[in-house]
Design a protein around this ligand. Structure first.
Ligand code: KIV
Length: 272
């Protein structure tokens, strides 16, 4: 007799309940193949708009479109079973009004099967976060260094280096929590400020370039695997996949050129 084991996905309330507990493990993934690897260990998979740069070679995240996010989001949902899948609302799909944000977030949820959406911005997005969460869409917020605002920041700049900046960043984090976000990404924020926000906020903080005291951590998968050619200082490379891949590709090229591939095991023979 076979017993079917029902695997339950992590939900927004389950992630929310992790505040102050065992750190939340989060990574990005953009495809079913990588989602399967990440799903084996992570609590949360983010289909980040960083895919515009990492997967599509664009210069910033500003080129990500809703259609791109849906295509990759649906693939990641199909490749995973346990982790919560969160999909980024891309630049231009939610800032105009809460109603526009709802329409696009609802499309993301319906067409990918994801468990939540993420959007960038603090106090200025509070009304939109309240509008979405009040209508059944779990929202993860993202404050500090928000890459969609790279043109306004004048580059990817660490936030809070000046003490005078702290109050506004803390206000942003508080505003998204009060508006109903179930978790917030703190990106590129000086360590003591990230620790202070984590201590005061009653929702989990997920750090990237922030602090080990955050309630969880997230990295871009290709960065931590050592596939990305350049990575920021806050990334630790846990692998050297680009080197392994380059070696494998070179071996293949050599084998094709000297006709050792395909070998006897890689070809088909007639039955008789
Ligand atoms: O787009 C992304 O990958 C992100 C993470 C870096 C947090 O937003």
């Amino acid at each position: 007799m076979s017993v079917e084991v029902q695997v339950k996905r992590q939900s927004a309330p389950a992630i929310r309940a992790r505040k102050g507990g065992v750190p939340i493990v989060a990574l990005t993934a953009y495809s079913a193949l990588t989602a399967r690897l990440v799903d084996a260990v992570a609590d949360l998979i983010l289909v980040g708009d960083s895919l515009a740069m990492v997967e599509h070679g664009l210069p910033s995240t500003l080129g990500a479109t809703l259609d791109m996010m849906i295509l990759h989001g649906a693939s990641v949902v199909r490749g995973s079973a346990r982790a919560q899948v969160v999909v980024d609302l891309p630049f231009g799909s939610y800032e105009e009004s809460p109603a526009v944000a709802f329409r696009n977030a609802a499309r993301l949820m319906a067409e990918t099967g994801c468990g939540a959406v993420k959007l960038e911005g603090g106090a200025r997005m509070a009304e939109t976060i309240g509008f979405l969460t009040g209508r059944g869409i779990p929202v993860m917020a993202h404050v500090g260094l928000t890459p969609q605002a790279v043109m306004s920041f004048g580059g990817f700049k660490t936030q809070g280096r000046e003490r005078a900046e702290w109050e506004a960043i803390e206000r942003d984090a508080q505003a998204v929590a009060e508006a109903g976000a179930y978790a917030v990404v703190l990106e590129g924020v000086v360590e003591p400020l990230a620790a202070r926000i984590t201590e005061t906020l009653d929702i989990p903080t997920i750090g990237i370039g922030a602090s080990a005291t955050c309630d969880g951590q997230i990295l871009v998968l290709e960065d931590m695997l050592g596939l990305s050619p350049r990575v920021p200082r806050f990334v630790h490379r846990y692998g050297a996949l680009a080197d392994h891949a380059a070696e494998a590709i070179a071996s293949y090229a050599q084998a094709v050129r000297d006709r050792s591939f395909p070998g006897p095991d890689n070809v088909y023979q007639p039955k008789n």
